[in-house]
Design a protein around this ligand. Structure first.
Ligand code: ADP
Length: 889
């Protein structure tokens, strides 16, 4: 080459170089302006690559950007489509190396550079050298700008500087676009979160808000979306499922049906819940997918869902992990970046807050509702209690109770009571609705209660156990109805729920309370059953109280009447224990009521067993009973009842005494009258005989017999008459002033002749006796009787001493003492009773009426005095009469 030529060539080259540099500067300036004016990445990328090829004057240029471990060509110049291939980031190519080390790299000769075997294929494309510069992003490498030339060593420092300028501008555009994108996304994210927050706050029914949320998430943040909530039993409750495509959604639902998701498990949601952190799957290879499935079928279904990327975010509550949100990109082919994860986590936080609020509110409002319900029940029970204790008429009380229960607690209330003999009686039927009340009454009328009914109140009464039907079914109605008509009525009653509780008193079921609701109300709960039982307990107690009161009242009236009954009334329970003992019983037995009540009657009256044995139901029996060591004649009746017997005891001693007196009188009269009569009759007959000649003396003797026996007869008759008069109170006594000594002398004188010989009668009268006011004849009679007895009961003779002396307290004492047979102590009281005589063995067959001492005592008593006896068997007796000196009567 010539000098000029050389100079020309140099000038030409320099010129060309200058022009290229100018061109390059122009290109960089244009790109810079585009970058500042906000060119889009895609547009800028095209221009940048074109500018690189243009400015360097090379055949090929390209911009590669990373995706999933490879660098993909996003824009190129001079590259036929088919020659573009992804460059592995980690591979032995200069492009990969540039990306890795983030430094420009120039290769002068691809063919001879052993460092980059991965770039050798470029030689085959007719390329010899190249330069690659990194596009550095703010946080991470953005890509690699590369230029190739068919000439070797085509790239020097200037070329690299030019390429780097372009790459830097691209990096600015990318950074700018990313900032813009993230601003836009975060704006979108904020709007999204605001919208989500709005949905979550719209209602406390978080199931439905989460479903609405799902339709917001799809398609903005996922192609399909699942909300799982962990249940206490370790399973997941799938609250919401959303899929952009119908078939995907169906697949998801099928999955949920076939595989109960559990907290422990391989799914992303399970992992998120168990770890409490977000789980991210950037890409699903079949292997990765398999790790999230339970079995082959699960895998197959999940494969059909075809997730490309997924994140599962736990719902971390205050105390525990509540569940998880699972987001997946599928058909749209998108991936989740950090911003998405951030957004998903933010969404999860808001969903968690919404769920916790709703649960808290629910538990609070539940607690409030429960408290209100409890309050309602308590006030109902209080009202019922008040009502039940207000009246002692239990039918009225139960009616009021039924009316209180309807409508506060039931729409229909029936009370069935066990009547006499076990028959069931429907006491009350109340229905809230008057029309239905008529139906209810019609049903009751058509269906008489059958104690053997296998359901309802009869069953409850038989078993004593409550019956609770939460939901009444059509079958129950059919089996409860006797016929089609009754079934119609039951259907018309529109029953929903029923409770039948027994009314139990002291272990005995006395009835049943039925409560029922119509379908207008919610069905009864266990708490309602408890309330019904409490109500039944109180009602049964009220019935019992009323019944007790009634029987107590009746009992009190009866007892009051029995108090005035003269007969002793004794009520014994089945064991023979005294339960009632009226005043007459106390009087008769001498045992006061407090000592008798609760005691065994056999302990009170030892002869009771014999008595009870002889007494027949309802037929009075008169028997002697030993009461306080004294035999008393009692007329006893017995009436048995369920728990014992009532005995009435009447003291028939008086009646028996009268009866005895009557028979005594007959006996005495027949004996004491017959003996003298027989003597008189015999003497008279003898005197009248013609065949016997009687001498004067004999006739006189017979006449004497007639006289004396006649006298005796008269005395007996006088005694009987006088005793009768004394009994009737017809004897009146005179009040004479009597000198008793004088009277005694005349009595002794008058009677002396009547006594057989061998008796000596002495009168000892004190000389200073004051006159006594008394009935003269009656005194004679008193002394006469005593003298007669003294002589009569001294069959062997002896002396009889009559003494008259002054006694204490202005009294005069008359004593008649004999030496006769005496009187045993046990008889000394009874000898003064009417007709009482010692038995003939004790009196050596001495006759008498048994009236003398009776009359004597009665007369002495009427004179204001008294009579006593002291005596010993075989050693004589002394009768003492004490009379007041001024007399009486
Ligand atoms: P009577 O007609 O039997 O004598 P009283 O009333 O006079 O009836 O006497 C009743 C009974 O009292 C007599 O039956 C007799 O057993 C007894 N009695 C009465 N006086 C005496 C007496 N002085 N000594 C023994 N026993 C007597």
């Amino acid at each position: 080459m010539q000098g000029d030529e050389l100079a020309e060539a140099v000038e030409r080259d320099t010129l060309a170089a200058l022009r290229r540099r100018e061109r390059q500067q122009t290109l960089v300036a244009e790109l810079g302006r585009a970058a500042l004016l906000g060119a889009s990445i895609d547009e800028f990328r095209e221009r940048a690559v074109a500018a690189a090829a243009d400015g360097l004057g090379v055949e090929r240029a390209a911009l590669l950007e990373p995706a999933d471990g490879v660098l993909l060509c996003r824009s190129s110049v001079g590259w036929p489509e088919e020659e573009l291939r992804p460059v592995p980031v980690t591979g032995p190519s200069h492009v990969g190396e540039t990306f890795r080390v983030q430094e420009p790299l120039v290769v002068g000769d691809y063919a001879s550079d052993a460092r980059y075997p991965g770039s050798l294929y470029l030689v085959e494309l007719g390329l010899a050298s190249g330069a690659a510069v990194p596009v550095r992003g703010e946080e991470e490498p953005v890509g690699v700008l590369v230029a190739h030339s068919s000439a070797r060593e085509a790239f020097g420092n200037d070329e690299v500087v030019f390429l780097r300028s372009i790459a830097n501008l691209f990096a600015i555009v990318v950074a700018h676009a990313r900032a813009e994108e993230s601003r836009r996304r975060s704006e979108k994210g904020l709007a999204f979160l605001a919208e989500a927050g709005h949905i979550l706050a719209s209602s406390l029914d978080y199931d439905s808000t989460l479903s609405t949320l799902a339709s917001l998430v799809v398609p903005r943040l996922a192609d399909w979306f699942i909300v799982d909530l962990a249940e206490p039993d370790g399973t997941f409750r799938r609250v919401a499922v959303a899929g952009a495509l119908d078939d995907k959604r169906e697949l998801l639902e099928q999955l949920a049906r076939e595989y109960t998701a559990t907290v422990e498990g391989p799914s992303p949601a399970s992992r998120a819940v168990t770890t409490g952190t977000t789980v991210r799957f950037s890409g699903f290879s079949p292997e990765t997918l398999r790790t999230t499935t339970k079995d082959e079928r699960h895998f197959e279904l999940l494969s059909r869902l075809d997730p490309h990327a997924a994140i599962a975010v736990p719902l971390v509550g205050r105390e525990r992990v509540l569940g998880a949100l699972t987001f997946a990109w599928s058909e749209s082919g998108r991936h989740y970046d950090d911003a998405d994860v951030h957004l998903a986590e933010e969404l999860a936080r808001r969903a968690t807050a919404a769920i916790e609020n709703a649960r808290l509110y629910r538990s609070e409002s539940l607690a409030r509702a429960l408290a209100e319900e409890a309050q309602r029940r308590l006030s109902f029970l209080a009202d019922a209690g008040e009502l039940l204790s207000a009246s002692l008429d239990y039918e009225q009380t139960l009616t009021q109770l039924a009316e209180l229960a309807v409508p506060r607690f039931a729409d229909w209330c029936t009370i069935v009571m066990v009547g006499a003999g076990g028959a069931l009686e429907r006491l009350i039927v109340v229905h809230d609705d008057p029309d239905k009340r008529r139906w209810a009454e019609a049903f009751a009328a058509q269906r008489p209660l059958d104690p053997d009914d296998p359901s309802g109140a009869p069953l409850v009464i038989r078993t004593g156990k409550p019956m609770f039907v939460r939901e009444i079914t059509e079958e129950m109605l059919s089996s409860a109805a006797g016929d089609e008509n009754q079934l119609e009525i039951l259907r018309a009653l529109d029953l929903r729920s029923s409770i039948v509780v027994p009314l139990v008193v002291r272990g005995q079921t006395i009835g049943a309370l039925t409560l029922a609701t119509t379908t207008a109300r919610s069905p009864y709960t266990d708490a309602d059953l408890e309330l019904a039982r409490e109500l039944a307990r109180r009602a049964a107690q009220a019935v019992e109280n009323a019944r007790l009161y009634q029987s107590a009242e009746q009992g009190a009236r009866a007892a009051e009447a029995l108090d005035y009954v003269a007969d002793a009334v004794v009520l014994l329970d089945a064991a023979g224990r005294v339960r009632y003992w009226n005043p007459s019983a106390s009087h008769l037995t001498g045992i006061p009521e407090p000592d008798a009540l609760g005691r065994m009657v056999g302990d009170l009256i030892p002869s009771w067993p014999q008595l009870a044995e002889r007494v027949q139901e309802h037929a009075p029996v008169t028997i002697p009973v030993l009461l306080s060591e004294e035999e008393r004649w009692l007329s006893v009746t017995r009436v048995g009842f369920g728990q014992g017997s009532v005995f009435t005891l009447r003291d028939v001693g008086r009646e028996r005494a009268i009866e005895q007196a009557r028979s005594d009188l007959v006996a005495t009269a027949s004996h004491e009258l017959r003996t003298p009569l027989a003597a008189i009759y015999g003497a008279a007959r003898t005197l009248l005989r013609d065949d016997i000649d009687l001498g004067e003396a004999e006739r006189a003797a017979f006449l004497g017999v007639i006289e004396s026996e006649g006298e005796r007869l008269a005395r007996v008759i006088d005694q009987i008459l006088l005793a009768g008069q004394l009994d009737d109170g017809r004897v009146r006594l005179a009040r004479d002033s009597c000198d008793l000594a004088e009277l005694a002398v005349s009595v002794i004188e008058a009677t002396r002749h009547a006594y057989p010989d061998g008796h000596r009668i002495h009168l000892h009268a004190s000389s200073s006796l004051p006159p006594v006011h008394c009935d003269r004849d009656r005194f004679r009679q008193v002394l006469g009787n005593l003298l007669e007895n003294a002589v009569k009961y001294s069959p062997k003779g002896g002396s009889v001493d009559v003494r008259l002396r002054g006694g204490p307290d202005d009294t005069i004492v008359l004593e008649v003492e004999d030496e006769g047979i005496g009187i045993p102590a046990s008889e000394q009281e009874r000898i003064f009773e009417k007709f009482h005589r010692l038995d003939p063995g004790q009196t050596a067959g001495i006759g008498g009426t048994g009236l003398g001492l009776y009359i004597t005592r009665e007369l002495v008593t009427r004179m204001g005095g008294r009579i006593l006896v002291t005596s010993r068997t075989g050693a004589g007796s002394t009768f003492s009469v004490v009379l007041p000196t001024d007399g009486a009567g």
